[in-house]
Design a protein around this ligand. Structure first.
Ligand code: 3NM
Length: 210
């Protein structure tokens, strides 16, 4: 990849069908037009789609990413990532052990959610390529989240973590700068883009803050 992973992580859009007010394909196309630099397929929760419909959506969204040179990352589902040859996988602390995922996916991008210094250090040792740290702020998009951390936790992690870090959770246009000032390489957002009536403009405004 010509552009570094750090650059690609600048405006990281995370989304599944239940996060969108409009067709996810339209939302992703618009978001990329607006400046999204990386995308994570996160088809999770009560209202998520399954089976062949899910697979079909993943392939459609992957195609949109490919056509625009945007890396396509799959949340949790290592089998799906391998089946469709995604660019990478993002896992949480409750998912499969990091080292197992690294063995399966080889050179693909591996992102890990970390909430504390200890989790961050372990993730790096076990082969993470980047960390997602959150929740930065209060969010209603994900129900099983940890306590709000605030961007300072990224500042602390920066004393020993050198791989790219993105902040996630409750980030909107007004908060991007604070997250970056605390040492994040980028921001990961769901609702700030997916719930907007204009995902393109929402992505553009976020991107302008970066
Ligand atoms: N992970 P929004 S918070 C997927 O803290 C996710 O690890 C989080 O959605 C974490 O941008 C979160 O709409 C939800 O707040 C982010």
């Amino acid at each position: 990849m010509i552009t570094s992973l750090k650059e690609k992580l600048k405006l990281y859009f995370v989304m599944g069908s239940s996060n969108c007010k409009q067709d996810p394909r339209y939302v992703l196309r618009e978001a990329i037009e607006g400046g999204v630099t990386m995308y994570q397929f996160r088809e999770k929760g009560d209202k998520c789609i399954t089976g062949q419909i899910r697979l079909g959506l993943a392939k459609d969204l992957q195609r949109i990413c490919k056509d625009n040179g945007v890396p396509f990352i799959v949340n949790d589902d290592v089998d799906l990532a391998m089946e469709i040859d995604a660019d990478g996988v993002h896992i949480g602390q409750e998912d499969q052990p990091i080292e197992n995922v690294r063995t399966i996916i080889g050179e693909k991008i591996l992102g890990v959610s970390a909430h504390t210094m200890e989790e961050a250090n372990i993730a790096v040792q076990k082969g993470a390529d980047y960390l997602g740290v959150g929740p930065m702020y209060r969010t209603t998009t994900k129900s099983d989240i940890r306590e709000v951390q605030g961007p300072k936790v990224i500042n602390q992690m920066r004393s020993c973590i050198t791989i790219p870090i993105v902040g996630i959770g409750g980030i909107d246009e007004s908060r991007v700068k604070e997250v970056i000032r605390n040492g994040a390489d980028g921001v990961a957002v769901i609702s700030a883009i997916s719930q907007s009536t204009s995902p393109r403009l929402a992505a553009r405004y976020l991107s302008e803050k970066l």
